[in-house]
Design a protein around this ligand. Structure first.
Ligand code: ADP
Length: 482
């Protein structure tokens, strides 16, 4: 595997210095495929966070005032630097996160693509001239970076989530503090290294690892932080929203999902099976847009169940860096236990395991890709996010029934459906309460689209023309006496 040791940073980047935690404490970073320790990163707390915030706050006025062409040039350099290190960053990502190398390569490419997209969008943060209702006046709006942005990122996409957060923040002229997830800090720290190498001014990118509670507590209460952008669980998102209320921070939240995948009788069976495999088993099921519930219409149910379970049992379960690996290990022991509990719960309530259903013979954190037929609404995974390789199949008869079941959740991130009926496609668009809808397609995310959830799946959009909006404040000015 490609050597990535030159990209490992085992220190915080605060105010342009690579420093240890104040008390010298560290956190082990392990490879989930074999449990080996691959690095040790600082176990920081509130005081280090305060220094990082001060650094970003001090750097802000100058960075915000940097000529746009220079800022765009920095962003383009960052994009190029990511691609120059593509293979090593992908290898590092697989080593700390576990996903197959092919997926890691895709994620790193996506990180670069977001940076480039926002470099381009930086030139289009237009204001407006508003027709005045009263003669002798000019009304105009201008856009300004919000200030210091804190990004808190999860372990499942530790690289591309920074493309979506640092990308728009830096493009808009904000300065930043990044807190990567403790399980996958290396793919976050490397952004500090690359930003430094590309010439981003001291204090514009600070990265620190450590206690989520202590770092998070300082971020949410410190009045110098203007905005928090978070990707993670709905439970932690709600906590951050509550904690940040006292300083009225701008909040962007990408939270959990419970994606339905609906297969109608008129679907192209082969394409539906191929789509379901990707939508379910990508990153071992550990993405917020992974399908959680597969609703299959009665007329196609048996054929779909048999073709799908055959395809699932053919998936190659292996360490992410092994040739042809399609499903890697889960992230940690708690995840494995949660998956086992879901399967036991489903079996107790009448679910039939038709493929998998047990830890994989490779041992460790590997679990068999699993299909459970005859799933019902009272099973835990009908309402809870699975975040693992279990695919429950629910049988339905009518379109209404499928849509109602699909919407019967507090989440509203992604939904998928396979059908050839054009009228139905538009009915689904109207009625599915989801921010992202894939029809006959599951690979639907790219920098051009507004990624974001409805209901308890989040606030705000990442990517698209909207993705930079959340990092800008609008000022209005009325000029009279003309
Ligand atoms: P997951 O369940 O996918 O790990 P979490 O919501 O627990 O998602 O974690 C997402 C990110 O939020 C991680 O970086 C984690 O360290 C961080 N986090 C967890 N708890 C807190 C907290 N109390 N304050 C701030 N950040 C937190």
């Amino acid at each position: 595997m490609t050597d990535f040791s030159h990209l490992i940073r085992e220190a915080n980047l605060i105010d342009g210095q690579w420093v240890a935690a104040d008390d010298g404490g560290t956190i082990d970073v392990t490879n989930p495929a074999d449990g080996t320790v691959i690095a040790r990163v600082p176990n920081s707390g509130a005081t280090e966070t305060q220094r990082a915030i001060n650094s970003a706050h001090t750097a802000f006025p100058e960075y915000a005032a940097m000529p746009l062409s220079e800022r765009v040039a920095l962003m383009r350099r960052l994009h190029d630097a990511i691609l120059d290190n593509h293979e090593a960053m992908a290898a590092m990502l697989t080593a700390e996160q576990g996903k197959p190398l092919s997926e890691a390569r895709g994620e790193v490419a996506s990180s670069a693509a977001y940076v480039l997209w926002f470099a381009e969008e930086a030139r289009r943060t237009n204001g407006a001239i508003i027709p005045a209702p009263i003669p002798g006046r000019k009304l105009l709006t201008t856009r300004h970076p919000v200030g210091v942005v804190a990004a808190i990122t999860p372990w499942n996409f530790p690289s591309s989530m920074l493309g979506r957060k640092l990308g728009p923040a830096l493009a808009a002229g904000c300065t930043t503090i990044v807190k990567p997830a403790s399980a996958t800090p290396l793919s976050g720290l490397v952004w500090g290294h690359l930003a430094e190498q590309c010439g981003f001014p001291r204090g514009t990118v600070n990265v620190l690892t450590g206690s989520a509670r202590l770092i998070g507590g300082e971020i949410t209460s410190n009045p110098k932080v203007a905005k928090i952008t978070f990707t993670g669980s709905t439970a932690i998102g709600k906590q951050l929203l509550a904690e940040a209320a006292s300083t009225v921070k701008r909040m962007s939240m990408e939270l959990g999902g419970n994606a339905p995948f609906i297969v109608f009788d008129d679907a192209d069976l082969e394409k539906a099976v191929a789509g379901a495999i990707i939508a379910k088993f990508r990153n071992a099921g550990q993405t917020c847009i992974c399908t959680n519930r597969l609703y299959v219409q009665s007329g196609i149910y048996d054929r779909f169940a048999s073709a799908f379970s055959k395809a699932v049992s053919d998936l190659k379960v292996a360490p992410g860096n092994e040739e042809g690996a399609e499903q890697g290990p889960l992230i940690d022991a708690a995840a494995l236990e949660k998956i086992s509990d879901f399967v036991a719960d489903a079996k107790a309530k009448g679910g039939e395991v038709i493929t998998g259903g047990a830890p994989h013979s490779r041992g460790g954190l590997f679990y068999q890709p699993t299909v459970i037929a005859d799933a019902t609404a009272d099973m835990r995974f009908s309402t809870e996010e699975i975040f693992g390789p279990i695919a429950p199949l629910y049988r339905f008869d009518t379109e209404d029934e499928a849509i109602n079941a699909a919407n019967d959740t507090d989440y509203g991130l992604a939904a998928y459906a396979y059908t050839r009926d054009i009228g139905r496609v538009f009915r689904l668009q109207d009625r599915l309460e989801y921010g992202l809808i894939g029809i006959n397609e599951v690979l639907i995310v790219s920098p051009e689209i507004p990624f974001g959830g409805l209901k308890e799946s989040g606030l705000g959009k990442e990517g698209s023309w909207q993705g930079i909006d959340d990092y800008l404040d609008t000022k209005f000015m009325c000029i009279g006496g003309i």
